[in-house]
Write a protein that binds this ligand. Sequence first.
Ligand SMILES: CC(C)CC(=O)SCCNC(=O)CCNC(=O)[C@H](O)C(C)(C)COP(=O)(O)OP(=O)(O)OC[C@H]1O[C@@H](n2cnc3c(N)ncnc32)[C@H](O)[C@@H]1OP(=O)(O)O
Ligand SMILES: Nc1ncnc2c1ncn2[C@@H]1O[C@H](COP(=O)(O)OP(=O)(O)OP(=O)(O)O)[C@@H](O)[C@H]1O
Ligand SMILES: O=C(O)CCC(=O)C(=O)O
Ligand SMILES: [Fe+2]
Ligand SMILES: [Mg+2]
Length: 335
Amino acid sequence: MALRAADRLKVVLNHLDRSGVNVRTSFTSAQNLSHHRPEALQYTFDTDVLSPEQRLAYEEDGFILIKNLVSEEDINRFRKEFERICKRDVKIPGLVVMRDVSIAKSEFVQGEKAVTKLQDFQEDLELFRYCTLPQILKYVECFTGPNIMAMHTMLINKPPDTGKKTSRHPMHQDLHYFPFRPADRIVCAWTAMEKVTRQNGCLVVLPGTHKGTLQEHNYPEWEGGVNKMYHGIRNYNPNHPRVHLEMEKGDTVFFHPLLIHGSGMNRTPGFRKAISCHYASADCHYIDVEGTTQENISKEVEELARKRVGNDATISFQDSWAVRGRLVQGDRTSL
Ligand SMILES: CC(C)CC(=O)SCCNC(=O)CCNC(=O)[C@H](O)C(C)(C)COP(=O)(O)OP(=O)(O)OC[C@H]1O[C@@H](n2cnc3c(N)ncnc32)[C@H](O)[C@@H]1OP(=O)(O)O
Ligand SMILES: Nc1ncnc2c1ncn2[C@@H]1O[C@H](COP(=O)(O)OP(=O)(O)OP(=O)(O)O)[C@@H](O)[C@H]1O
Ligand SMILES: O=C(O)CCC(=O)C(=O)O
Ligand SMILES: [Fe+2]
Ligand SMILES: [Mg+2]
């Protein structure tokens, strides 16, 4: 299927070549060209990084896996920093340490074994280095264009399931959390910090779902409880083909914010670690989510912000993103 798609792209490129159009387009000329194309590429730019086959695969599937992109040495450094944070050797402003809901109230689980996720490590120089790695940004630019903001950072430490199935992440679209657009100029980079398999709860994706629209998200009705803000899509098509993304340490998947994905429970005794960053073009703009399916998450985020900073200041859903976002390439034009 990927090959047939690649063949089609070659036909398109040949056609453009023959019509005298320069196919090695830049960010802006790609946009200007799009309406002349027999089959426009909507999701990617040609920066000489992705092969025609890779571009077409992302256009069709909404994700692309690049093997061995982050070095063992870098990953080991991120791991060390994670341990330092869990031991409270360092205190990082803005960083949220999240425990699994099934052990959050336990006084017996301490240190890194209690931590399911670090959110918002943009002020941690060592972890934030991940978001600035040149080999990652080189790919990110294919989706965002040259002005790049790191909007959201996470280190996920999926714990062995306690038996309550709370280590699952329900099927969702990341765009649900983002009040900025256009969606096609946002991408997630997710790097395995060790071998991830179906057994320890690798990512599960529904290829092609990035071509759809943003769905309604709610808390799933799971008996054993659900982690805070782990909203999911209630009625995605259960017959849609699923791909389990098994990855080696250092492999990195780039995926579209509308791609439906989740992760299964961790059936192993070890923790499953991954580090990720959501990037957006700095040219994106904030949107008002009132009256949309995103109203529920926006209220929840604003409520949490009120609890943290007190009732006097109001931090809007949009503000919460504007303060966390960091420029990593080009100019901060809008976001
Ligand atoms: C694309 C991307 C954005 C997608 C995602 O990342 S989806 C997931 C995003 N998740 C988040 O942003 C969650 C952020 N988490 C947090 O803000 C915190 O971890 C909190 C859940 C608020 C807890 O923080 P904090 O108040 O410091 O912790 P405490 O230990 O004092 O607990 C306070 C009350 O919260 C409860 N709690 C703690 N962890 C969780 C949990 N994982 N899920 C559900 N409830 C939880 C805890 O039991 C306690 O409850 P009460 O004793 O008040 O009843
Ligand atoms: N009842 C459910 N409602 C919503 N999402 C679910 C439900 N059960 C599983 N999921 C989600 O589906 C995805 C895959 O979960 P699942 O537990 O089937 O993992 P898996 O890796 O496919 O396991 P297996 O190898 O047993 O099929 C995860 O994102 C998970 O959170
Ligand atoms: O690492 C995982 O299990 C997936 C996390 C995820 O999709 C998210 O937090 O948005
Ligand atoms: Fe996600
Ligand atoms: Mg399954």
